[in-house]
Ligand binder design. Structure first.
Ligand code: THU
Length: 125
């Protein structure tokens, strides 16, 4: 599957985001080596710290389904935001150094590719 197609899958995930407090909807889509897609969206809570980021929702969902053959991940947000610190740590620990495609819902043909080795140098663990 092309990065552009995976980005479109992440936009589907983004449409499911529950972002009533920040109004900042994030979507992620993890591609497996056998072409499965695992979706994640941010889910906010009135008890603010209970909020969970889109990337970690997708990663935790995959792992809990015994899916670990990860190939790449796409992350979509209005500002093409790169993953927050805790998500970088979890990506490092559980996805490894796979391509991370970052884009936004307005301009899906333009995306940037990152690797966690660059986003999280000198990681813990
Ligand atoms: N958010 C993510 O989903 N991923 C990130 O890497 C950073 C932030 C979400 C959390 C919250 O629901 C909203 O974006 C604003 O911070």
């Amino acid at each position: 599957m092309s990065p552009e197609k995976l980005i479109k899958e992440a936009i589907i995930a983004q449409s499911r985001a529950k972002a009533n407090f920040s109004n900042f909807k994030v979507g992620s889509a993890i591609l497996t080596k056998d072409d499965k897609v695992i979706y994640g969206c941010n889910i906010e809570s009135a008890a603010y710290p209970s909020t969970m980021c889109a990337e970690r929702v997708a990663i935790y969902s995959a792992i809990s389904q015994n899916i670990t053959n990860f190939k790449s991940i796409a992350i979509i947000s209005p500002s093409s935001a790169k993953p927050c610190g805790p998500c970088r740590q979890i990506i490092h620990e559980y996805l490894g150094n796979i391509p991370i495609y970052i884009s936004n819902e307005k301009n899906t043909k333009e995306f940037e590719t990152y690797f966690i080795k660059d986003l999280l140098p000198y990681p813990f663990g």
